[in-house]
Design a protein around this ligand. Structure first.
Ligand SMILES: Cc1cc2nc3c(=O)[nH]c(=O)nc-3n(C[C@H](O)[C@H](O)[C@H](O)COP(=O)(O)OP(=O)(O)OC[C@H]3O[C@@H](n4cnc5c(N)ncnc54)[C@H](O)[C@@H]3O)c2cc1C
Length: 423
């Protein structure tokens, strides 16, 4: 079958790879000059099934209100701006801020995240793909008693859905990650270890996977902007694109929508209202100057909502969320907390004088569960809305999309992972 994958982020590239493995003739379109150059470029680098708790919880509205006027808050939300897509998304988000929805959404996210982690491990074994991966788990650290108590409650919830975590004292945290020895003596109150989670460079992975996909015949057409998706009779007939040389069109038997946070903008032409809104996040990447003082295990600072991952000789620090539309302007005020926290947790790892700041738009859904699978258009499939866990969920999502297009039953139940849950 001829398949057009729209978007060459980590999600679209993974789908293209698995579709090619099934023998389809695949073309990937992307406006960037290469794969993985937008949100998949410099994220937190974690393969973190343990991060399955959704953003929408009974506590989130109160926290968001408290943070509304704090420029460097972990979550920045400006509901008073003229932004109808945000208001519509926000109402759906509020409906998910209940204890009951928290359980439903955690189970759904964990279902796809655990599956995806297993698919990634199998892919790595099969292809020996290299992307600065570290497979020693993810260590969550807590710097206040209240946050640690909440963390243990979340751990119990995740365990009830099949993800065990080990509860650690500050000293045990420092044994897992010796670079935390200083923090363990000062303000660490405890930690949780997710031993099967991992980290690795999502951009490097995407580039390497694109090469493996190309070797299986996938064509990557980059520098191509998708202007419109057309389908007058519940069947997509063509995609209208522009390149440097003007307007053109692409056609296929099946189409995969993997345009990250732009997915909702392009789906509008088809009358599809996808509840995908950009949640802007920031990262910094610093050169490691003292390897013994830098973490090897990926660390999540749950008190400050930040992650630390070692990628070769670089330290990636990522976090913060901002619901301010489709803009990628770098605000130094939002970068500052990342730098401050890196200096406080790993002071000797780097001089932090030459850090690379970056921001990207997480394709967020109101319930933190991605949008996978069928649409009212018989030949259009969704592979988007992966929000804060797109790197974690990319491989499993790609495998599922390939299964659906190839007429196979996916290996996990897709109930609650599709667009129909928003009807
Ligand atoms: C600060 C930060 C930290 C994060 N940390 C983690 C983490 O630790 N672990 C994790 O699992 N996830 C993390 N994420 C989330 C993860 O990065 C995203 O979910 C993931 O990258 C989304 O991948 P994607 O392929 O859907 O989107 P993208 O990577 O954005 O890919 C979409 C592609 O579509 C293309 N495109 C868009 N519009 C058009 C158009 N009109 N025409 C042609 N091409 C178009 C873009 O060029 C892009 O290449 C983080 C995100 C951020 C911002």
């Amino acid at each position: 079958m001829k398949v057009l994958v729209l978007g060459a982020g980590v999600v679209g590239t993974a789908a293209a790879y698995f579709l090619a493995e099934d023998g389809h003739a695949v073309t990937v379109l992307d406006r960037a000059p290469g794969p993985g150059l937008e949100t998949s470029f410099a994220n937190g680098a974690q393969i973190s099934a343990c991060h399955a708790k959704p953003w929408a919880t009974p506590d989130t509205p109160g926290l968001a209100l408290r943070w509304m006027f704090q420029a460097d808050a972990p979550l920045l939300f400006k509901p008073l701006r003229w932004d109808p897509p945000l208001w519509s998304w926000g109402l759906k988000f509020l409906r998910n801020c209940t204890e009951a929805r928290l359980h439903v959404n955690t189970e759904r996210t964990l279902r796809i995240a655990l599956y995806s982690r297993a698919v990634l491990k199998a892919l790595r074994q099969k292809t020996n793909i290299q992307y600065d991966q570290i497979t020693d788990g993810i260590l969550h650290i807590y710097r206040s008693r209240a946050a640690f108590a909440e963390g243990r409650a979340t751990a119990a919830l995740l365990e009830s859905y099949g993800l065990p975590q080990n509860i650690l004292s500050p000293e045990e945290c420092a044994r897992v990650e010796p670079a935390l020895a200083g923090a363990a003596k000062s303000d660490l109150v405890g930690g949780l270890l997710s031993p099967e989670d991992e980290s690795g460079d999502a951009h490097r992975f995407t580039v390497e996977l694109a090469k493996l996909a190309a070797a299986r015949g996938v064509k990557f057409k980059t520098g191509v902007t998708i202007k419109r998706i057309e389908g007058p009779h519940r069947r997509v007939t063509r995609v209208v694109t522009t390149t440097g040389s003007g307007c053109t069109e692409e056609t296929a038997d099946a189409y995969v929508l993997a345009l990250g946070s732009s997915s909702s903008l392009l789906a509008r032409d088809l009358g599809l209202k996808l509840p995908v809104y950009p949640a802007k996040g920031y990262s910094i990447t610093a050169e490691i100057e003292n390897p013994d003082a830098a973490p090897t295990v990926s660390v999540t600072d749950e008190t400050n909502f930040m992650v630390f991952s070692r990628l070769g000789n670089k330290l990636r620090v990522a976090g913060t969320a901002e619901l301010t539309g489709w803009n990628t302007t770098l605000d130094p005020v939002r970068v500052e907390p990342l730098l401050r926290n890196a200096r406080s947790l790993f002071p000797a790892a780097s001089s932090y004088t030459d850090v690379q700041p970056w921001c990207g738009l997480r394709p967020a859904t109101p319930d933190s569960v991605p949008l996978l699978g069928a649409t009212p258009y018989e030949n259009l499939f969704l592979d988007t809305g992966h929000g804060t866990l797109g790197w974690t969920m990319a491989c499993g999502s790609g495998r599922i999309i390939a299964d659906l297009i190839s007429g196979r039953t996916p290996e996990i139940d897709l109930d609650g992972l599709g667009l129909s849950r928003f009807k």
